[in-house]
Design a protein around this ligand. Structure first.
Ligand code: COA
Length: 264
């Protein structure tokens, strides 16, 4: 659909931002198309999502500078809210998102990757928040998520200097979990999505919520958040089947089987 494609592959999906002529830059239409694609994902059917960019050069080269160039103060704020609302949907979506960063991840590109649960990248990837060179702040969550993900000092250095970093440095500072040759990136991301999708989906969903919500709370409140989500799992058939399978395996190793979790 439009500038954003989705391919469902069994229990996971690959979403591709597809505007290669503009290095997949995010204009309003791309943001709307991505929102519509998210609307169409049923978390009972799709258990993990890979997000990538079309072409071999760019993941997402930022918010669309042409579109932003004429915005008023109120329009700028509204455009920031549009991006922030969408990225927050990804961050809180009830299945994990893996960003497969296949090239430039600048400005909004770095920001959308940071709203995903996990980031892996090609050795050709370039990350950065170049906004101050354009006379603006990062506007789709960059000042907040980069400081939380790496460190406040490193985030401030990247944002104030507007200096891009390469894949090896992104790995060193913990912005990405792993670096691959470009041709191995998508297969690695899909393999990870498939692995996640085989696990008990209610448990995976609760883990995402526990980590995300817990990080916003003090430790005493955070462990209570975990307790409740842990407790919830004991109402699921997946917990009963997962544990029964382990116990069957112990009794008789010949009974080993892969649990087909039903998301119930
Ligand atoms: N917004 C709008 N269009 C963009 C864009 C953006 N963020 N990033 C790239 N494009 C467009 C270019 O205008 C160009 O379009 P054209 O062919 O119609 O002229 C096309 O994508 C290819 O980009 P180009 O600059 O020619 O490629 P390059 O290889 O020389 O440089 C970049 C690649 C990523 C270094 C460069 O495009 C760039 O600096 N982009 C802006 C990055 C940025 O500041 N993002 C944050 C925005 S807040």
């Amino acid at each position: 659909m439009g500038f954003v494609d989705i391919e469902k592959k069994g229990k996971y999906a690959v979403i591709t931002i597809n505007r290669p002529d503009a290095l997949n830059a995010l204009n309003s239409q791309v943001l709307d198309d991505l929102g519509a694609v998210l609307d169409g994902i049923d978390p009972d059917e799709i258990r993990a999502v890979v997000l990538t960019g079309a072409g071999e050069k760019s993941f997402v080269a930022g918010a669309d500078i042409g579109e932003m160039s004429t915005l008023s103060k109120a329009e700028g704020e509204a455009f920031g809210k549009k991006g922030n609302d969408l990225f927050r949907r990804i961050e809180t979506f009830p299945v994990p998102f893996i960003a497969a960063v296949n090239g430039f991840a600048l400005g909004g590109g770095c920001e959308i990757a940071m709203s995903c649960d996990i980031r892996i990248c090609a050795d050709s990837a370039v990350f950065g928040q170049p906004e101050v060179g354009l006379g603006i702040t990062p506007g789709f969550g960059g000042t907040q998520r980069l400081a939380r993900l790496v460190s406040p000092g490193m985030a401030k250095q990247m944002i104030y200097t507007a200096r891009n970093i390469k894949a090896d440095e992104a790995y060193r500072i913990g912005l990405v979990n792993a670096v691959y040759p470009l041709e191995e990136l998508l297969p690695a991301a899909e393999k990870m999505a498939e692995t996640i999708a085989k696990n008990a989906p209610i448990a995976v969903r609760n883990c995402k919520k526990a980590i995300n919500d817990g990080l916003q709370a003090d430790i005493d409140k955070a462990i209570v958040i975990e307790e409740k989500l842990f407790g919830d799992c004991f109402e699921s058939e997946d917990q009963r089947e997962g544990m029964a399978n382990f116990l069957r395996k112990k009794d008789d190793p010949k009974k080993v089987k892969v649990v087909d979790f039903q998301n119930r």
